[in-house]
Design a protein around this ligand. Structure first.
Ligand code: F3S
Length: 414
């Protein structure tokens, strides 16, 4: 890979060992993928910020980076982590565990990262433009950035995004290049998409079928909202390894189906009907009608304004069952604005809890003893068992999940 004089200098360690290691990682990745050169990026989004992911090794590594004088050269934002950032005591996270999570986030702060602690950085100011090169590691967010914004990022690892943020560059390969962004498989959506959980189910279904290929969707309603697209991207990225898809008319580089395929023919056409979404809801549920639930989780990916408003309307005047915790995950900036409008008070008056900066699905160490989680996110059902150590998960619509939180058990599907 061609390196500029400045890149060579960093690689030799002249700017310190932290920058040197970051450059070594980027050069190694670039060599593997036969990148011609590095390109400048405008932002990085780092995953594995959760203490449950990176542990003591992660803290030691970040503190070592700080000691070398390394710092982020471009806007670098952070994924959610293992505690409710400001109310961890009140929610019941153990002190020692919480302080180690805070030590992790302090090290990131010393490196110059912005503590957004959300998997939806585009909701809180990290908003790339069409065509910009970025290095994002959160699979749902990077897929959204490629698909909806038309920015360009590979499926970065946590360390890949961290190194790219430190150097401000990324090797030029994969989804940074026009030729690798063409659609491959046509997805003809005939299913009725009622709300964002249906998009989550659709993403799960298509991800399983296309794996790492690029799907092109037809039949998505023109008034689809950004969060529905976000949950579609999240599902695609977790059951498969999809880093980008095309929704012609929405994906900026694909105004038409033909342009999405770059003038070529689809390798295959897959039709998704209502019965396939029903199949996903059932497959992602290990329990059914009448089952007791002890956690109801909404906000994976993190909720924005529209979703908080909808939940406040669905919950108004109700009470969460005494044996259930209803957790609604979002970011601090979104929550504080939603509080001013009154939606948070309506939600919290029911006993539901707004969880800022938090990613429940990857936080196994949280000692709440949950066994069965109901959620409107296919992604959360996947991580809920492995990441949280739950016994059972139930996947349903937002309304079904809220009804379960009120009743304390799962009801009939609508
Ligand atoms: Fe976000 Fe965690 Fe879900 S990072 S997408 S809340 S698994």
């Amino acid at each position: 890979m061609y390196l500029t004089k400045e890149e060579e200098r960093i690689l030799k360690g002249e700017d310190g060992e932290g920058f040197q290691r970051a450059m070594e990682l980027l050069v190694a990745v670039g060599d593997i993928y036969e990148a011609e050169k590095m390109i400048e990026i405008t932002s990085a989004q780092i995953s594995s910020v959760a203490y449950t992911n990176s542990g003591e090794t992660g803290i030691r590594f970040l503190e070592w980076l700080v000691s070398t004088g390394a710092h982020f050269k471009v806007l670098t934002t952070l994924n959610p982590h293992s505690i409710e950032h400001d109310r961890w005591k009140e929610v019941g996270f153990p002190k020692e565990f919480s302080l180690r999570q805070i030590a992790n986030t302090k090290a990131y702060r010393k490196l110059g990262a912005v503590g957004t602690f959300t998997c939806t950085p585009f909701q809180v100011g990290n908003i790339p433009r069409f065509g910009e090169h970025i290095a994002w590691a959160e699979s749902s967010a990077l897929s959204y950035a490629n698909t909806v914004i038309g920015a360009r990022t590979n499926r970065e690892s946590a360390l890949g995004a961290l190194a790219a943020g430190l150097i401000g560059k990324s090797p030029l390969y994969g989804l940074h290049l026009n030729e690798n962004r063409k659609g491959q498989i046509l997805i003809n959506v005939e299913a009725n998409l009622r709300e964002h959980s249906d998009y989550s189910a659709l993403g799960w279904s298509v991800g399983e079928k296309v794996m790492s290929k690029i799907p092109v969707f037809t039949g998505i309603p023109h008034n689809v909202d950004n969060y529905e697209l976000n949950t579609l991207c999240a599902g695609l990225a977790v059951s498969g390894a999809v880093g980008m898809s095309h929704v012609p008319g929405i994906t900026p580089e694909a105004p038409t189906i033909d342009s999405a395929f770059g003038g070529e023919k689809p390798e295959e056409t897959i039709t998704i009907e209502d019965k396939e979404l029903k199949r996903v809801y059932e497959d992602r549920s290990t329990k059914g009608v009448g089952s007791k639930v002890d956690l109801v989780l909404l906000g994976c990916p993190h909720y924005g304004y529209r979703q908080l408003k909808k939940v406040s309307e669905l919950l108004k005047g109700k009470k969460v069952h005494k044996d259930v915790r209803l957790w609604i995950a979002t970011s601090t900036p979104i929550a504080s604005a939603a509080k001013r409008v009154g939606w948070l008070d309506t939600i919290e008056n029911t006993g539901a809890e707004i969880m800022c900066s938090y990613c429940a699905p990857v936080s196994r160490a949280a000692p709440f003893g949950f066994e069965t989680m109901a959620t409107n996110s296919s992604k959360a059902t996947y991580y809920g068992v492995g990441g949280m150590g739950l016994k059972d998960t139930i996947f349903g619509t937002t309304e079904e999940c809220i009804n379960a939180a009120i009743a304390g058990k799962w009801g009939e599907r609508k």
